[in-house]
Structure formats: structure tokens, C-alpha cells
Design a protein around this ligand. Structure first.
Ligand SMILES: NC(=O)c1ccc[n+]([C@@H]2O[C@H](COP(=O)([O-])OP(=O)(O)OC[C@H]3O[C@@H](n4cnc5c(N)ncnc54)[C@H](O)[C@@H]3O)[C@@H](O)[C@H]2O)c1
Ligand SMILES: [Zn+2]
Length: 369
């Protein structure tokens, strides 16, 4: 049984299908929406080993010929060099504008392949087949694509919505547990932004979400619906789509500070620590009760996620350097710091003009060094 969430963007609306076995039926689902096309599958080595052959067969069954481009796994693949490889691969396969780039992988592959789809021939069709929990609940939905620069994460990219998202819950069986947990941070994020009932449901049911079955499918569908609602309201992040960045200002700074080395910190782990810090910082600014910060920390700890800076192995740059990374983040406008802060669980808001001095003292107090 698959669930369906629709992202309502007028003529660019699209479906997200969530459930087991969708890789096998991918060809039929895609052909029903994009008849007569060919496809370039973009994937990484880990995902290709586990799922590429099944997707190629699934596409062929639906009458869609495909070529595959397999890249190195990891955040470093969100680079200009990898982008060029994908662009050249798609052109070498002589795909046309109406053909599709199909991302089969986690958020790295989705962001990279989506960017390539957005610029090759000024915009090709794009289909997301997310294979990590993070990609299923977050990065595959909403049309943000891009790569990293030496100046920071996600600084180069375009908005390019997919035509279809197929979240096959069966592929999560091969995902390493650490990656599953990291994706779970984004699931919890939706509760913390504005769905306190969902957060309470997760506190009660997280073990079933981890072990699979209907609770997992429910949590993914709930998360996709939460993201779809925000995206439909504010596609280009001129307003409250920024709420989705809860935990990400601190999180991105920590990812940059650890050199995007997945061994030390993966994206969702940075978000987990960032969400805990955002709640603790809100309490320090007397915007929320310290009890709410403690509740968030307790849940992250219960599921086995890192929640404080000292949980990151190795040394971190000092508070001043961390502040520098925060100031480089794209959510800084004209020098004023913009943070997603909270009045409590499920009551997040966009805070503009947060004084850098407050952030600096907070980082100094919480710094493990
Ligand atoms: N575009 C957006 O709106 C958006 C939102 C959130 C995050 N992101 C981006 O997403 C990226 C993180 O995504 P991610 O956590 O999926 O990382 P990822 O793509 O690197 O995947 C994590 C790891 O899991 C492996 N993997 C993925 N699926 C697998 C499977 N089914 N079986 C076995 N191994 C599998 C990958 O090879 C990789 O090693 C970051 O670059 C972040 O900036 C984008
Ligand atoms: Zn994220």
C-alpha cells in the first residue's frame, strides 16, 4: 500500500508516492506522467550496488530506456567537477529537453542531479527516487537543488521542481543505521517547527518508526505533507519556508567546521545538534522554557543522535571561528543574523537581527574546548 502526498504548485504540481516496491513500478509511474521519454539515472556507488539493477529493470518494464551515471558517494560529490560529469554524461547520451534525469540516491545525488536537470538544455524533466530517509522526508521534496562551494554549503544552485517523487520505503533496509538516524532528525524537525502533536507521537512511537512497518510509512508521509505544505505556501523562500532551516544555521556551521567529513558529522547529525542548540539558545534569550530544550535534548539522546557539540569527535574551531561560519551562511542578510528560534516545542519562528554578541557568548558557554 502506498500513500500519496501532492505538492500543490499549480501547473508544476507533482505527486510524492510513499510505500514499498515503488522501484519495481517506477517505469509505469513515470511513463504515465511523461510518456515516451528516455532517462539518465544519476546514482552513487553504494546505492548502485544495492538498487540500480532493479531500477533499470523497473524502467525497462515501463518502456523507458535508460543510461546510468554512477558517482562517488559522499558530500564531496556536490561539486563543480561532479556537476560537469553529470552534465556531460546526459549530453553524451543525447537526451533531449523532454527526457528525464532520474536521481537514485540520497540528498547528495538528488541535489546534484536536480541541479544538472535544471541547467542542461535550460531545464529537463526531473524525477526523484530518494533512497535515504533524509532524502525521502526532506531533500527530494520542494525543488531546491545545488552544490557546495569552497565558501560554504549549497551556495550554487537553482530551484527546479521534480515531476514525480517515488519514496520506496523498502530501499531503507540497506541504509546504514547511522544514516537512518540522521534522517530521523529531519522527521523530528517537522514536529518541532509547528506540529507539537507529531513530536509527541514520535516520542511515543519512534521505536516503531525505526523498526519499519506502518509507523515508518506514516512518519515519512507526515513529514512529506509537512514539507509540501510549507513549499506550497512559499516556494522560493521569501517567507516562512525559512522555518525549515530550524537547526540548520548552527548545523551548517558545524558541518563546515568539520570540513564536511562524514566520518565526524553527517548533515542530519549537524541538524540534530543544531536543533538542540536552537532550543537552548531560545531558552537563554528567555524566549522559551529550559524544560522544552531539555525535552528536545532527551528525545534526540533517546534515539541515539548527537545533541551537543561535545558529541562530535575531534576538536572544533573556537567560538569566534564558529560564528564566522554562521555569518557566511546564506541565511545572513546584510550582516544581521537570522535564526529560527522557538517559543517551545512546535512553536518555532523566524528571528531576524539576532545580535552576533549573543551568539558568540552562547557558543563560548556551550563549546566543549
Ligand atoms: N534540497 C534540499 O531541500 C535539501 C534538504 C535537506 C538536505 N539536503 C542535502 O542532502 C544532503 C544529505 O543527504 P543524505 O543524508 O541523503 O546524504 P547522502 O546522499 O550522502 O547519503 C548518505 C549515505 O547513504 C548512502 N545511501 C543512500 N541511500 C542508501 C541506501 N538505500 N542503501 C545504502 N546506502 C545508501 C549514500 O551512498 C551515502 O553514503 C546534504 O548535501 C544536504 O545539503 C538538501
Ligand atoms: Zn537538512
Amino acid at each position: 500500500m502506498s500513500e500519496r502526498v501532492t505538492v500543490g504548485l499549480a501547473e508544476r504540481s507533482y505527486d510524492i508516492l510513499i510505500g514499498p516496491g515503488l522501484i519495481e513500478t517506477a517505469g509505469a509511474e513515470i511513463a504515465a506522467r511523461l510518456p515516451g521519454i528516455r532517462a539518465a539515472i544519476v546514482t552513487d556507488g553504494n546505492v548502485a550496488a544495492a538498487h540500480l539493477a532493479r531500477l533499470e529493470a523497473g524502467l525497462a518494464t515501463g518502456g523507458i530506456p535508460s543510461v546510468a551515471l554512477t558517482l562517488a558517494p559522499g558530500e564531496k560529490t556536490k561539486s563543480f567537477a561532479a556537476l560537469q560529469e553529470v552534465v556531460d554524461g546526459v549530453l553524451a547520451a543525447r537526451l533531449e529537453r523532454g527526457d528525464a534525469v532520474v536521481a537514485l540516491g540520497g540528498g547528495v545525488i538528488g541535489d546534484l542531479a536536480g541541479f544538472a536537470a535544471g541547467i542542461v538544455r535550460r531545464g529537463m524533466n526531473f524525477v526523484q527516487i530518494p533512497t535515504s530517509l533524509l532524502a525521502q522526508v526532506d531533500s527530494s521534496v520542494g525543488g531546491k537543488t545545488g552544490i557546495n562551494s569552497a565558501h560554504g554549503k549549497n551556495l550554487v544552485g537553482v530551484f527546479h521542481q521534480p515531476r514525480l517523487v517515488l519514496a520506496d520505503t523498502g530501499v531503507l533496509d540497506t541504509l546504514p543505521m547511522r544514516e537512518f538516524r540522521a534522517g530521523y532528525a529531519e522527521v523530528a524537525k517537522y514536529g518541532l517547527i509547528d506540529r507539537p502533536d507529531f513530536f509527541a507521537w514520535l516520542e511515543a512511537n519512534w521505536q516503531e518508526v525505526f523498526s519499519g512497518g506502518p509507523a515508518r510509512t506514516r512518519a515519512i508521509a507526515m513529514s512529506c505533507q509537512a514539507k509540501a505544505d510549507v513549499v506550497a505556501r512559499d516556494e522560493f523562500e521569501t517567507g516562512d519556508r525559512a522555518l525549515l532551516n530550524l537547526g540548520h544555521t548552527f548545523g551548517h556551521a558545524l558541518e563546515a567546521a568539520t570540513g564536511y567529513e562524514g566520518e565526524r558529522l553527517v548533515h542530519g547529525e549537524g541538524v540534530a545538534i543544531g536543533m538542540a542548540l536552537a532550543h537552548r539558545f531560545s531558552a537563554r534569550l528567555n524566549l522559551a522554557s529550559p524544560d522544552d530544550a531539555a525535552r528536545v535534548e532527551a528525545h534526540l539522546q533517546a534515539v541515539g543522535l548527537p545533541w551537543r557539540m561535545s558529541d562530535i569527535p575531534g576538536e572544533l574551531p573556537d567560538a569566534e571561528r564558529l560564528l564566522g561560519y554562521i555569518q557566511q551562511d546564506k541565511k545572513v542578510s546584510r550582516g544581521a543574523l537570522t535564526f529560527i528560534l522557538t517559543h517551545g516545542v512546535g512553536r518555532s519562528f523566524i528571528a531576524k537581527d539576532v545580535p552576533a554578541s549573543e551568539v558568540r557568548s552562547f557558543l563560548e558557554e556551550n563549546h566543549p574546548g
